[in-house]
Design a protein around this ligand. Structure first.
Ligand SMILES: Nc1nc2c(ncn2[C@@H]2O[C@H](COP(=O)(O)OP(=O)(O)O)[C@@H](O)[C@H]2O)c(=O)[nH]1
Ligand SMILES: Nc1ncnc2c1ncn2[C@@H]1O[C@H](COP(=O)(O)OP(=O)(O)O)[C@@H](O)[C@H]1O
Length: 529
């Protein structure tokens, strides 16, 4: 038998971390949770059995492929159907491998070393029936009880996520209990778990293969735990976003100063848009952008934070950033003496592709902040409150308007009211963050009138279609409006197209990537990036 060299062994042991960080660089920090809850199966019109769970999972997998860095399966949702449930999971894992999607099996195994070593045969070996890229582990027999199994995972190029800080209140009191003896005496239980996991990552260049699970909803508890996620150089899996109550601001609190190694799991929110595959994809893309933006801000928040404590290598030095552009943007945006760029106001007729171009640009440059408007119109399938718009009732909108909470408002297409919340725009501009508004012509004109009074400098950008016929084609092709609504939008479009010369820059959206690059070059010029 040929004994592998130490370089080969090291390459093997960092394989999962490397593959995951490459996938996160490509698709962003979203992990789609594939959890066939009984209620979801019934909502989708599937049988509540192993077959239903398999059909559900295959569809979620299809939606996640190309939109998310990884997928995660909760085993109890399959195990409840006994051997048929496990067969379903085996087939879904096989399909994911064929599609090249990274898989995490959330089985939360733990126990005595002799017993759990058998788990390696189930998940890590080349012929394992449920071969997965990583599994989740419970360390409550002692973090070191997992070392044998972790070594097996690493030797096979696989990874693990060790539960460290969960978000249920009882979990928190246990995890922040102070250790009475042993290596980490005087530290919390969670700290000892994180520090033990980190030991597997210290000699690895880039992101390690031994991860932690830290719930997004734990908020300020992170401080009581003594765990500093910015010091950890393996991947961090974070459930709890969306359905379970965590928001962008919670990600910022918990993951301050991290460097692209946080993977946020979203499950029920995405599944609630199914079974239509395009609605599932759209929901996945929306939430992926939202999560990416929040983590990008979290990364900048920790810029000048003191480093201490756990582990010898800082995440700053060791973990790979989630994308090269993110790293470049952060270097430029977060410098002490921030350039104060002008507010970028983007306008263009409905259906010209404003949303498409902005999304393409923000995928490459997550440091750009796009204001989220409020509207009284109904959400379209896949639209997410707080991500696409803040969806308000007429009364709620009027109340905010009366309190002066909007920078501008307008009645658009004579159908619904829209408004730009003032405070977040002021805050982002004050911090030197590239700030983009997408609003209609009336709103752009209103800002022109008020810019001096508000002390904001503005650059006005117009997105134009290659031709009117193409605009009609795109608007109809989008298929989200009735014929009457399309006609209303085309009437507005004629007025907006005639106002093109009121703008500082026109970008013709004939090709999404090219238009996105042009939009970025306007922003880059404004903010000196
Ligand atoms: N004035 C103003 N217009 C907005 C705001 N948010 C969105 N809009 C514009 O409202 C119009 C309608 O947007 P939307 O309902 O998303 O659908 P669309 O008509 O198909 O683009 C678009 O022209 C948007 O640019 C806002 O906060 N203020
Ligand atoms: N350059 C382009 N070429 C072809 N189709 C496009 C282009 N840009 C956008 N689209 C399509 O046009 C439709 C309208 O785009 P959307 O981003 O919703 O527009 P807006 O936000 O301006 O209302 C969508 O179906 C989108 O996929």
């Amino acid at each position: 038998m040929v004994t592998p060299s130490s370089e080969e062994l090291n390459a093997q042991r960092s394989d999962f971390g490397l593959r995951l960080s490459n996938s996160m660089a490509k698709y962003g920090p979203l992990c789609v949770g594939i959890d066939p809850h009984r209620k979801l199966l019934a909502d989708w019109g599937y049988n509540v059995d192993a077959e239903g769970a398999e059909l559900f999972s295959m569809r979620m997998l299809q939606a996640a492929s190309g939109c998310a860095a990884a997928v995660k399966f909760q085993t109890p949702m399959f195990e409840r159907y006994g051997s048929k449930g496990f067969e379903a999971l085996e087939r879904v894992l096989y399909a994911a491998r064929q599609m090249g999607v990274i898989t995490i099996v959330d089985c939360l195994h733990g126990g005595l070393p002799t017993t759990i070593s058998a788990i390696a045969d189930a998940y890590f070996k080349p012929n394992s029936p449920m071969l997965a890229d990583a599994i989740t582990l419970l360390p409550y027999y002692g973090a070191r009880s997992l070392n044998g199994l972790i070594s097996e995972a690493l030797d096979n190029g696989r990874g693990v996520f060790v539960a460290s800080l969960t978000s249920n209140p009882e979990g928190m009191s246990l995890q922040t209990a102070i250790r009475q003896s042993g290596d980490y005496q005087g530290h919390t239980v969670a700290y000892g778990i994180a520090a033990t996991a980190q030991k597997h990552n210290v000699d690895i260049e880039g992101m390690g293969s031994v991860g932690l699970i830290i719930g997004a909803t734990i908020g300020q508890w992170i401080q009581d735990s003594g765990v500093d996620p910015s010091q950890f150089t393996g991947p961090i899996l974070s459930p709890g976003y969306g359905w379970q109550g965590a928001e962008a601001k919670d990600l910022k609190t918990v993951f301050k100063g991290t460097r692209g190694n946080v993977l946020v799991t979203v499950s029920r929110f995405i599944a609630s848009h199914g079974p239509d595959i395009s609605a599932l994809k759209q929901a996945t893309e929306s939430i992926a952008l939202d999560v990416r933006q929040a983590l990008y801000e979290a990364m900048n928040e920790g810029e000048n934070k003191e480093k201490d404590g756990m582990g010898t290598n800082t995440a700053n030095e060791n973990a790979s950033a989630n994308s090269e552009t993110a790293a470049v943007d952060s270097a430029n945006v977060a410098q002490g003496d921030k350039p104060k760029g002008r507010l970028v106001v983007l306008t263009g007729p409905a259906g010209v592709g404003k949303g498409t171009v902005e999304n393409a640009m923000r995928k490459k440059h997550p440091g750009v902040w796009l204001s989220v408007s409020a509207t009284t119109r109904k959400p379209r399938p896949g639209e997410v409150n707080g991500v696409n718009y803040w969806f308000l009732t007429d009364q709620e909108f009027s109340a905010k308007e009366n309190k002066g909470e909007f920078l501008e408002t307008a009645l658009v297409h004579g159908l619904a009211r829209y408004g730009t919340p003032l405070k977040p725009v002021q805050e982002h501009l004050a911090e030197g963050v590239p700030t983009l508004l997408e609003i209609d012509l009336q709103g752009a004109r209103r800002i022109k009138e008020r810019a001096a009074e508000l002390g904001v400098d503005v650059v006005y950008v117009f997105i134009a279609p290659p031709s009117f016929d193409e605009l009609v084609r795109r608007l109809k092709g989008r298929g989200t409006e009735s014929e009457a609504e399309v006609n209303k939008r085309l009437e507005t479009a004629k007025v907006e197209l005639a106002a093109e010369n009121e703008f500082d820059v026109t970008i013709v959206n004939d090709n999404v990537d090219r238009a996105a690059d042009e939009l970025w070059s306007v922003i880059a010029r404004e903010y000196g990036l």
